[in-house]
Design a protein around this ligand. Sequence first.
Ligand SMILES: [Zn+2]
Length: 378
Amino acid sequence: MEELLVPKSIQFETKSLSGLSNLKGNKAIIVTDQGVMEELGFLDQAISYLKNSNLETKVIDGVEPNPSVKTVMKGKEKMLDFNPDWIIGLGGGSTLDAAKMMWAFYEHPELNFEEVIEVNSLPKLRNKAKFAAVPSTSGTGSEMTAFAVITDAKEKIKYPIVSPELIPDIAIIDPKLPATMPKQITANTGMDVLTHAIEAFVSTNATDYTDPLALKAIKLVFKYLRTAYKKGDDIKARTKMHNASAIAGIAFSNASLGIVHSLAHKIGGELDITHGLANAILLPYVIDFNYETAEEKYKTIKHITGEQNLSEAIKELNEDLNIPSCFKKLDDINENEFKKILDRMSENALQDACTLTNPKEPNVTDMKEIYKQAFYGK
Ligand SMILES: [Zn+2]
């Protein structure tokens, strides 16, 4: 049996943040970042909307990028003290992911982190609270997905927690929030959206229900990412990119991803390269590797974008976004370090869960070859 899982309510376009004033309950807790949402005034806006719906509100702030198990457990304790019936995640992908897991452990305080790592091992949520996600970046799609990525700080390992229980009840896709993203974050997160959409479209788990979503997201990125990057205050481009991120989120949460993500997860961790940036550089090389196996699907993408050569078109898009064509051109990249870790990293990338749904089944030599191409450029 196939199934498409999405949030119960998706509220979008300008003023959708005011959707918070329609929540029904007694107490809400807002989980947010290390001061960005507060500085931009969005935290105060969220609080006042919640006041309109007569919810007593508390804030958990300070969620760091790549949130740790410790942050999650601290948040759980605060939730247990306050006893909210709404959890509001307000911030980028990291903040939303941390909020999801604080919620999970608030619902089940007896569990420890090791017990939820296995896919689909989370017990039922929503016995105490529901979850609303308000993303401030147009990238991870966490507001739509069944995933939360948490880092074990001691082991330096990122654990993707996967469960349909983690799909938010309400997603609020208000473009005013990402309109404040700095230029290079707009570029990197936008290329993450494109990678989600393309990998979901060519995934071996793609369905008739995810394909049109993936295609729409691809089309929106090609049409609006350059403008969102060059003219950050263009609210139409920001709206389209924020929608594209969420739509791609539904597609990949249901269809899964491919080896761009497998390779990006590992090189990102080893050489400290931002997720979206690693994807952007790897994407054209992986398309060349997969092309013949998924030719019909890539032809459809070419058709809807009007591009003749997809990997070349993505390289041009990267260039316009000031993203280098290969890893070697990044600042602070150490070639000797890359050579040293290449074998281990290729093995680890092959073992990544995203490899399972890549259209062409790679072996370790393939992974190594793609890493080399993307490192030196070809
Ligand atoms: Zn991604």
